[in-house]
Each structure stands twice: as C-alpha cells, then as structure tokens.
Write a protein that binds this ligand. Structure first.
Ligand SMILES: Nc1ncnc2c1ncn2[C@@H]1O[C@H](COP(=O)(O)OS(=O)(=O)O)[C@@H](OP(=O)(O)O)[C@H]1O
Length: 272
C-alpha cells in the first residue's frame, strides 16, 4: 500500500527532466556502473538508469537535445543529473558534441589497469558470442600476430587511454575531468566516492555505512534506506585466461601509452 501511495503522489511542480550536469564518459569495463550506482546514493543526485549513447551514436545524436533530455530522470532544482555511457570515451565525435551541449559539463573518467580492462572487455564479448552460440577466437589469437601485439585489435585500442583523453582535452580543460581509480573503487570504494563528491561540489552525504563487502559476490555492495544492492552477474565475471608470456608482451606494449596517460593526468597508477 505504501508503494502504491508513493507511486500516486503527485510530483512537485518544479520536478522535471534536465540535461546532465555530469557525465561518466568511460572507460568501458572500468567500473562505470558501480560508480553510477554509488553516486546515486547521494540525495542530490539523480541518474539515468540505462546507457544513453547520445554523443557516440549518430542515430541518437540526430534526435537532438530534446531526445537526450527525455532519457533523463526527473529531478528537482539543485539536484544533479548524471548519466553514464562508457562508449563516449573512445568515440571521436563525443568530446566536441558534449562541449557543444554544455562547455561546463563535469566529466568523470574511471580508469582501470588497461591490461586487466582489455581482458574484461574480451571476456564480455566472448560471453555475448557464446550466448548466441557464435564462435569467438581465443584472446591471444586476437591480441597477437606473429608474436607481436596487433594494435588494430579493438579491445586493445580502447585501453590506449592517452589517445582518447587527448581528444577530450582538445575540448575541455583538464580541471573539468575527474579521474577515478577503478582498481581502488573495487577494493575500497568510499574514499573514491568522497573525492567524486568533492569534485562535483556536492555536500558529503555518502557514508561508509552505505558500503559492505559481500563475500559471495566478492565485491562491495550498497546499502541505502534499508535496501541492499549488488551489481548483477555481468559485473565481476571470471576473466578468460591469458598466457603469462602474452600478458608480459601486452604489459610491455602498454608501458609507453600508460606513461603518456600518467603525464596527461598528473598522477600515476600501479598498472601491470
Ligand atoms: N562493487 C562492484 N561490484 C561489481 N563490479 C564492480 C564493482 N566495482 C567495480 N566493479 C567492476 O566493474 C567492472 C565493469 O565495469 P563497467 O560497469 O564499466 O562495465 S561496462 O563497460 O558498463 O560493461 C567489473 O569488471 P569485471 O570484474 O571485469 O567484470 C568489475 O570489476
């Protein structure tokens, strides 16, 4: 009955759908869903539940900002609307289009060890192929050609963070992009969330008691208003295997791209 009453309660007159004030632009498999759900714990934040793919898909972009706004949740004045589409980060068109929408939009980029990210990316594609009874080559076949890294492999391209960030920095100042450490978010999410709140100019409302480690899931899950939420089984899948020598070759290949990324963001990460 309480649920029914709540559903029937009229919305305040100033409740409406608004364009996002902050966007989680990627990276794919970096922890974008976890970050969005964690931010949603904040009372001043409303999030778009589904990925919108507005700036990276022409067929959506052509529908215009009114279509984009219609994908957003209802919010009150003073609340921040947030959406996440990991495909934005590597999209050549997304940075300019996002800037055209709002040059002041706040950007969140969650990164993760790029070798680990690549394996996670491969594992997701493999899973989707298997669901449709379609074959898919082993990871090493896609990653290596004659023992050398095949730089055209899409999942590798997506791990070259410096290339993609360079395009965003051509349209936005560095200070407008907050980098979240995705590996830290897995191990200890609360400190990362505190930094995100601060960057977004939100009062600190997310508390350590909103998080608990779920041993069965093997990840932190969320507690809010007596409700318990873990991410679904597509997050935290066992990764496909990669041989030690292939991993070494990959890590060596990533050294220079990682170094370039570190100098762009002004910090370094303990990656492979
Ligand atoms: N709390 C919590 N629970 C579950 N999973 C968590 C969590 N925090 C971060 N992660 C990591 O999020 C990874 C998936 O990233 P994304 O949500 O960005 O993936 S996607 O691009 O939207 O498909 C996913 O990657 P994989 O482990 O490779 O599946 C998780 O490691």
């Amino acid at each position: 009955l309480r649920g029914l009453r709540a559903a029937a309660a009229p919305l305040p007159v100033n409740a409406t759908q608004r364009l996002p004030g902050a966007i989680i632009i990627g990276v794919r498999k970096g922890g974008t869903r976890a970050l969005l759900e964690m931010l949603n714990l904040h009372p001043d934040v409303e999030v778009a539940k589904a990925e919108v793919h507005f700036f990276n898909r022409d067929e959506n972009y052509r529908r215009g900002l009114s279509w984009y706004r219609a994908q957003m949740p209802v919010s009150l004045p003073g609340q921040l609307t947030v959406e996440k589409t990991p495909g934005y980060f590597a999209s050549p068109e997304a940075p300019g289009r996002a800037r055209d929408m709002d040059p002041a939009v706040q950007l969140l980029l969650i990164v993760r060890d790029p070798a680990e990210r690549l394996v996670s990316d491969y594992t997701q594609v493999l899973h989707n192929r298997r669901q449709r009874d379609k074959p898919y080559p082993p990871l090493e076949e896609l990653l290596l050609r004659n023992g050398r890294i095949d730089a055209s492999y899409k999942a590798l391209q997506r791990s070259l963070y410096h290339l993609h960030l360079g395009r965003w920095l051509a349209h936005f100042p560095r200070a407008q992009i907050h980098v979240v450490d995705g590996d830290a978010l897995i191990k200890d999410p609360f400190p990362e969330l505190l930094r995100v709140e601060r960057f977004l100019g939100l009062p600190p409302r997310i508390s350590i008691s909103n998080f608990y480690f779920n041993v069965t899931k093997g990840f932190y899950c969320l507690l809010s208003a007596g409700r318990d939420k873990c991410l679904d089984e597509s997050k935290g899948r066992p990764h496909a295997p990669i041989g030690r020598s292939a991993l070494r070759t990959l890590c060596r290949f990533l050294e220079e791209p990682n170094r370039l990324f570190f100098s762009m963001v002004g910090r370094s990460f303990a990656w492979c």
